[in-house]
Design a protein around this ligand. Structure first.
Ligand code: SAM
Length: 291
């Protein structure tokens, strides 16, 4: 999401976080105060305490998650793919050093190894300090954290994965974007034949052209891909999408009720109805995907 974060200090102490799309429309979130402001070699790293969304993590001027609704994003980037797969044991998460996606993946008992590949260790450090509910997956014995560029890691590691989740989308962010055809091709190559990949594809309402292009580019390297939508109250446009892709089309229609029953009580947003509803597209979004 191409957001611009302006911190407006009106008179007195109030601090407004403006989360805009292309500088023209978006959200205003009133903050009590800044919790920390630092910078890594890659990006500014800030945390704010807000009245309506709890703590917010801002990377490179982009708000990437809020305490109030990060569960929606991290449940929806993880569980649809995890339950489509017959038995995901090896999971790779590119980006997502905030631990949210990792936390959700580890809810699945069948996972034997979850590898987080995060380019900026200071993101993980900030989350461990200020967002403990996001960070507890890092202590899980199944977790491996690699501090490295996701493209380089996948390119050099010969491993094939059951699930690859790309949670590094941050357009306009300071790190070289991974949303390229060569990266999509690499992800497809590093996925097991019966594997499932997930890519964050922004808000189709606000960034329809990006969404359309991403669907085409991802679709070129997988046999099938389909978008799933979720509401994201803290996102300027209120919606977010994830492209779920596989080399074997039938996988995308899969759903394991037995394994869903094991995580059902651990989810705040995701459930069986949301799983199927998320893939039902409104006409204006379905039209974006038509050739
Ligand atoms: N989970 C977040 C959320 O809830 O919106 C989204 C993740 S955040 C926008 C992007 C993360 O990916 C950041 O931690 C960033 O440092 C990391 N990242 C960006 N580019 C990367 C790359 N090329 N390789 C590895 N990590 C990357």
């Amino acid at each position: 999401m191409n957001n611009e974060m302006n911190y407006q200090n009106s008179e007195g102490t109030s601090l407004w976080l403006e989360n805009l799309i292309d500088g023209t429309a978006g959200m205003r979130i009133k903050a009590r105060h800044a919790v920390t402001c630092s910078a890594s070699p890659f990006q500014k790293i800030e945390v704010f305490d807000t009245y309506s969304f709890g703590r917010i993590l801002v990377l490179g001027g982009n708000p990437v998650l809020t305490e109030k609704d990060e569960c929606i994003y991290h449940e929806m980037i993880s569980h649809p793919a995890m339950l489509m797969h017959t038995v995901p044991e090896k999971v790779c998460i590119i980006g997502g050093g905030d631990g949210g996606c990792l936390r959700e993946v580890l809810k699945h008992e069948c996972v034997k190894k979850a590898t987080v590949v995060e380019i900026d260790h200071q993101v993980k450090d900030a989350v461990e300090t200020y967002f403990p509910d996001l960070a507890h997956g890092f202590a899980d014995p199944r977790t491996e954290v690699i501090i490295r560029d996701g493209f380089e890691f996948l390119n050099s590691a010969g491993t094939r994965w059951d699930i690859i989740i790309v949670d590094s989308y941050d357009p306009g962010g300071p790190v070289q974007s991974l949303e390229t055809a060569s990266f999509y091709s690499l992800v497809a190559d590093r996925l097991e034949k019966n594997g499932v990949a997930v890519f964050q594809t922004d808000s189709p309402m606000q960034r329809g052209e990006f969404f359309r292009q991403a669907a085409r580019n991802i679709g070129a390297y997988f046999t099938a891909c389909k978008p799933c939508l979720c509401m994201m109250p803290s996102f300027p446009g209120g919606t977010c999408s994830f492209m779920v892709a596989a080399k074997e089309e039938p996988l995308l229609a899969g759903f394991s009720p037995e394994r869903y029953a094991l995580i059902e009580k651990k989810c705040k947003y995701y459930n069986k109805a949301v799983h199927s509803g998320a893939f039902m597209l409104p006409e204006n979004i379905a039209t974006l995907l038509k050739p």
